[in-house]
Ligand binder design. Sequence first.
Ligand code: SF4
Ligand code: SF4
Length: 451
Amino acid sequence: MLFNLYKNTFKNGIHPPENKDVTKDLPIRQFPFSPVMIIPMSQHIGSPAEIVVREGQEVERGQLLAKASSYVSVPIHSPVSGTVRKISMVPTISGTKIEGIHLEAFPYSGQEVSEGKPIHPETATADEILKGIQDCGIVGLGGAAFPTHVKLKVPEGKRCDYLIINGIECEPYLTTDHRVMLEQATDIFLGIRYLMKATGAKQTIIGIEANKQDAADHLERLKPYDIPVTIKVVPVKYPQGSEKMLITAILGKEVPSGGLPIDVNVVTVNVATTAEIGRLLPHGRGIQERVITIAGPAIKKPGNYLIPIGTPLRFVLDFVGIQDDIAEVYMGGPMMGISVSNLDISITKGTSGILVFGNKDLRKEDKIYPCIKCGACVDACPISLNPSKLGILAKFESYDKMVEDFHLMDCFECGSCSYVCPSHIPLVQYFRLSKARYKRRQTLSQNLNHA
Ligand code: SF4
Ligand code: SF4
């Protein structure tokens, strides 16, 4: 009854074509091991992990390869049994290089994983659970890759009333969370037990969009009787998977500008992350693989695959098959994902999807027209920014004004404004660039002041 009080959605937003039909009914399949895994040491927001193995060393699947280097960092575990062939700089999706490990898999390597120290939800303290989550190397699997133990730590003086499990998956094409909800319900509910203890939440709500009603029904059927969990189905709208939008849709609360969910007594966790916590913590195992949707018109064998972390993208595309005239490969969804410029990068903990498009599949937007002040971008922005005005200011490099008067830093780069713009103005790209330049200017002026 509580939920009838709320509107069950947030203001504005858009409805891009969902394109989920091809993979939503395909069960998760195990991916083969690549002969060589390439494992970058930075797969999350925060400081890179610190390598603890040496070249020539043999390692087992699940063994620690690198330890967390600080509180905002997580360890990395071996995705396969094999030999550390090389430690060198490896390419990343951002175009930069970072220290990484080349791991040669033993031929016919099995799936067995070495066990660590188990953590039990009933007997472990909240801090022991947080430590266990860090030790398992868990980061947000929805794409943000923020270390989960940091996100779960409720600051002194705050409290968590609601734990919201994010099963929205509003990005077109992606169906990983959908499949995880259908296939890993036991892990999800066990994960919720850990999360409720870690955060002190008294109530859990699993948010699911109406295009995944089968997952909502399945979880409702398997819901344990002894934990307070509600499953809430909300209307389909992009970008509802953003945690601030989800909190508004589910609870009718608005996270203040510059604030965090805990400012309105909420912690949100992605549903696949929750399942991994339920799967790994009872064994104290590190994360070695993740579910990834591979889709797009230029893919021959689309599906949801369980892929070892460190698998080279080139190996993945060879296995699933691609058409000859590929134009774009995205890591993540088409709205917030990143276009890949180098196929030698590898799968990381934050990879939720791989999308491949041919030349004929992409909307041609070579020509950018002037703003016609139609207001479509303003109507689309879910946090009521003025993208049109921000776009004009970006052209004049008025970054201070963009931040101070038009709240640029609140923009979470959902891309809704660019999507609806009839003049094809790449607004979200302007905003990304403006934020980076603003931050650089700030750092420069701070350095000058300290000189
Ligand atoms: S990208 Fe930023 S400005 Fe554009 S709609 Fe999303 S939040 Fe608003
Ligand atoms: S949608 Fe594009 S053309 Fe319309 S007001 Fe916004 S920036 Fe201008």
